[in-house]
Design a protein around this ligand. Structure first.
Ligand SMILES: [Fe+2]
Length: 155
């Protein structure tokens, strides 16, 4: 995981995990070996009430990739946590900080990111255009985007 301020003046202290924690974001790093990560995911599910999981894979070969990307590139929030465990590939989450700036989180294999319900964020693929993740849900029905601005409106 790489963490940085997207839009901070150069004299701003580096963005650190504590800045994520201030807005309720949780970060863990796990092995990508199923024998090792499954017990950790099971514990996370038990502790946080995640009852459903699936696996999602995005790549240049994904049908309607642009439609999927467009859905999450504009600032939005959910009424449920957004939980991603990266198995392979990479992606970028921009998360709103306590003072409404952007914290850029570049997630990589082994990263677990929990974006709490109600926190504005957006998601992009990197140039490699490839990510495979486990997603955990409290209730998949709650995991729909609510946009801060009308979609495609400049943030
Ligand atoms: Fe989201």
């Amino acid at each position: 995981m790489q963490l940085s301020w997207l839009d901070a003046p150069t004299d701003t202290p580096a963005c650190v995990v504590a800045d994520l924690e201030k807005v309720g974001v949780r970060y863990h790093h796990l092995s990508t070996d199923p024998a090792r990560y499954e017990p950790a995911l099971a514990e996370l599910c038990k502790r946080s009430g995640y009852t459903t999981r699936d696996e999602v894979s995005l790549s240049k070969d994904t049908p309607n990739l642009q439609v999927l990307i467009d859905k999450f590139k504009d600032e939005h929030l959910h009424e449920e946590d957004e939980v991603r465990f990266v198995l392979s590939g990479e992606g970028i989450f921009d998360l709103r900080s306590e003072d409404d700036r952007w914290m850029r989180v570049h997630v990589m294999p082994g990263d677990v990111l929990v974006v709490p319900k109600g926190l504005y964020h957006r998601f992009f693929l990197t140039e490699s255009c490839s990510i495979r993740c486990v997603r955990l849900f409290q209730d998949p029905a709650g995991w729909t985007p609510h946009y801060r601005h009308a979609p495609n409106h400049a943030a």
